[in-house]
Design a protein around this ligand. Structure first.
Ligand code: FDA
Length: 398
């Protein structure tokens, strides 16, 4: 007996972390006859699910493709994604009579509330006989022939441990680097974690103008290296955000510039030349605000256009202004960090895992699922889909 008066418990599978991936792995294994216990230090199960998608949980995407996941080991996701599809998750929703809708770009949300998803996962766990223990602090993990896990709820001994404690994003709701610590303890490499799907900060004096436009938003094409996203951009009082920027942040490395096309799909040079030919008397701010939000138009005109009517502009001036609008280069100085990041990129190195079972090749019985590993999906339901697909892959293998 331990100090809490509870004897050593011996489940077939011990899942650490009762988030999306951990619960999926737990009930999938239990449905196949395993005795499964899930531990989580948070007193409330599924807090991240509850705040996701603005409270409606963007739980998957109809356009799931391996290329939309970032990992140092880019083919790793293929096997699990091919065995657990958006339709598989939708059939679970149908079984639980949960209504959903597509918002845009294949993104699927609950009609009602993210609570439906948490309740569904817990109902599946209950039906399969999974024991879920919230509010349980894990103090030590050891391994001889089996794993021995010491916790505030007593000692657990099990041949299988599933690491499902996620990444570092949003520490105030319980995110920790626990999975990375356990990985390092067992000699499993970790790809340097960093905030991703995160607003970017512009602290250089030259970029002070960016921060003066807080609140302005517009559709753009944002490019970093060879990757581009065409979606909305939002200026904030610290820099830039909005879906286009959040997406590109997952690919951005410190020191790299980001290129913004502020008029994607249009030809700014032709538009301005048209104004000149029409003998436009208007000046830069008025001309540009025909196509761009007024405050942004004003700022760009001040920085890149002469203070004369458009009709007096040279072709060279027009070309240079068009270039500034289609290829505006900005230099982020950092990110808003884990307090604002939707996910963590990097994590447990997938080259150490079986892509079929999620088991650590060198440590039989140790599995990793969800965001704890070096797999980061695009914005729009991709990260939850990875939690379901990796959780399922481990669950059927356990
Ligand atoms: P997750 O973080 O969900 O669960 C880990 C669990 O482990 C938690 O319950 C935590 O309490 C527990 N834990 C951590 N450390 C522990 C320790 N030391 N001991 C015991 N327990 C511990 N994705 C998406 O696809 N669509 C969306 O709409 C959104 N929206 C969204 C909004 C916000 C604000 C955030 C922060 C994130 C999203 N995401 C998202 C991302 C998505 O929530 C995320 O990728 C998944 O929840 C990852 O699931 P996991 O189960 O891997 O980790």
């Amino acid at each position: 007996m331990n100090t809490h008066g509870v004897g050593v418990r011996t489940p077939d599978v011990l899942v650490l972390g009762a988030g999306a991936a951990g619960l999926m792995a737990a009930f999938t294994a239990a449905q196949r006859g395993k005795r499964v216990t899930v531990l989580d230090h948070s007193p409330e199960i599924g807090r991240k699910i509850l705040i996701s998608g603005g409270g409606r949980c963007n739980f998957t995407n109809l356009e799931i493709k391996p290329e939309r996941f970032i990992s140092q080991n880019k083919h790793f996701v293929r096997s699990a994604l091919s065995r657990y599809k958006p339709a598989d998750f939708l059939s679970l929703l149908t079984k639980h009579r949960i209504a959903w809708h597509e918002k845009k770009l294949g993104q699927l949300f609950c009609d009602n509330s993210a609570r439906d998803i948490v309740d569904m996962l817990l109902a599946e766990c209950a039906a399969a006989g999974v024991t879920v223990l919230p509010g349980t602090r894990i103090t030590r993990i050891g391994r001889a022939e089996t794993f021995r896990v010491e916790t505030s709820a007593g000692t657990f001994v099990s041949p299988n441990v599933v690491l499902a404690t996620g990444g570092l994003s949003i520490p105030k709701i319980g995110a920790t680097g626990f999975a990375y610590d356990v990985a390092r303890q067992f000699g499993v490499p970790v790809v340097m974690p960093a905030p991703a799907l995160v607003p970017l900060v512009f602290d250089r004096d030259e970029d002070a103008w960016v921060r003066t436009l807080a609140g302005v938003s517009l559709p753009v094409k944002a490019t970093c290296g060879k990757v581009s996203f065409e979606e909305a951009l939002l200026f904030t009082h610290r820099g830039l955000s909005g879906p286009a920027l959040l997406q590109i942040s997952s690919y951005w490395q410190a020191g790299q510039p980001i290129q913004l096309d502020l008029l994607p799909g249009q030809n700014c040079e032709a538009l301005l030349s048209g104004l000149k030919v029409a003998r436009g008397k208007m000046r830069g701010p008025a001309a540009l605000s025909r196509w761009l939000p007024q405050r942004l138009a004003h700022e760009l005109a001040q920085r890149h256009a002469p203070d004369r009517p458009v009709v007096e502009w040279s072709d060279k001036t027009i070309r240079a202004l068009a270039q500034a609008i289609h290829k505006l280069e900005v230099y982020p100085t950092g990110t808003e960090g884990y307090y604002k990041a939707e996910v963590t990129r990097g994590g447990i190195d997938t080259r150490a895992l079986s892509s079929k079972t999620m088991q650590v090749e060198a440590v039989p019985g140790l599995y990793v699922v969800g965001e704890a590993m070096d797999v980061t999906g695009w914005l729009g339901g991709y990260n939850f889909h990875w939690a379901w697909a990796s959780g399922y892959a481990a669950g059927v293998a356990l």
